[in-house]
Design a binder for this molecule. Structure first.
Ligand SMILES: [Mg+2]
Length: 234
C-alpha cells in the first residue's frame, strides 16, 4: 500500500539517471554494445528482469575504463534536467538534507552531486575499480545498489538517521519504487521518461519538463513561501 504524507520532510532523495540528468549513464558507456545494453536496461527499469542479473552482465560486456567513465560524468552534467539546479538551491535554502541514491557508477554520479552541491557522503552509487593504466578491473559487487531491493536498504539507512523518518524520494524507474515501505512520499518524475507503472504506483507525479514542477510536492506551503521559488514559465 502506497502511503503519502504531505511535507515538510527532513530528507529529500533523488535518483540520478533520467531523473537529475537526461541520460542513462550505462547506455552512454555502452559504445558498440549499445543496443544489447539498452535493451537490458529497459527490461530492468520496466521490472521485467531483476536488476541483479543485469548489472554484472552489462559491465562485463562494456568493461568501461577510467576515460570512458570520465566522459559519462561530463555527459551527466551537460545534460542536467532543466530547473534542477534551482530545485537544489531551494531545498538547501529550506534546510533539507539532500541525497542521491543511484544504481549508476559512483565515479560518474559523484560528478552530478558535485555540480548540484551535494555533500559527497550523500551520494550513494556503485563503485568501480581500475588498474594502474585505467583499465576496467571490476565493480563493487557487494553494493546493495547493484542488486534488486538495494534502494530499499539504502533508503532504510537514510530513514534510520532522520529524527522522524520523513523522507521524500523522486525517481523515474521501477527500482525507485522499492523504497516505498520506508518513505513518506514518492514522486514519479516523467520529465525524461514517462513509465506508466511508476506513475500509477505513485501519489504524486509530474512530467515536467522543468524540474521546478517538483517543488510544490517537496516543500510545504510555508517553506515555499519562504523560498525564492518561482514557477517555470509556461
Ligand atoms: Mg532513473
Amino acid at each position: 500500500m502506497t502511503r503519502d504524507q504531505a511535507p515538510p520532510y527532513e530528507a529529500v532523495v533523488f535518483d540520478c539517471d533520467s531523473t537529475l540528468s537526461c541520460i542513462e549513464g550505462i547506455d552512454e558507456l555502452a559504445g558498440g554494445h549499445a543496443e544489447a545494453v539498452s535493451e537490458l536496461t529497459r527490461r530492468a527499469m520496466d521490472g521485467e528482469v531483476p536488476l541483479d542479473e543485469v548489472y554484472g552482465r552489462r559491465l562485463e560486456m562494456i568493461r568501461p575504463d577510467r576515460d570512458a567513465v570520465d566522459r559519462v560524468a561530463a555527459r551527466y552534467v551537460e545534460t542536467l534536467v532543466p530547473g534542477i539546479k534551482e530545485v537544489f538551491e531551494a531545498l538547501r535554502a529550506a534546510g533539507k538534507r539532500i541525497s542521491i541514491v543511484s544504481g549508476g557508477l559512483l565515479p560518474a554520479v559523484s560528478a552530478v552531486g558535485e555540480a548540484l552541491g551535494v555533500d559527497p557522503s550523500e551520494v550513494f552509487a556503485v563503485d568501480l575499480y581500475f588498474d594502474e593504466d585505467g583499465a576496467y578491473a571490476g565493480f563493487e559487487e557487494g553494493s546493495p545498489l547493484a542488486r534488486a531491493g538495494g534502494k530499499l536498504d539504502v533508503l532504510e539507512a537514510i530513514a534510520a538517521r532522520t529524527r522522524e523518518g520523513r523522507i521524500v524520494l523522486v525517481g523515474d524507474g521501477v527500482t525507485d519504487l522499492e523504497a516505498l515501505p520506508v518513505i513518506s512520499r514518492f514522486i514519479a518524475w516523467g520529465g525524461v521518461v514517462h513509465r506508466d507503472e511508476v506513475h500509477q504506483r505513485s501519489c504524486c507525479s509530474t512530467d515536467g519538463p522543468d524540474a521546478r514542477e517538483l517543488l510544490p510536492f517537496l516543500l510545504s506551503d510555508a517553506e515555499l513561501a519562504g523560498s525564492s521559488w518561482s514557477a517555470p514559465n509556461a
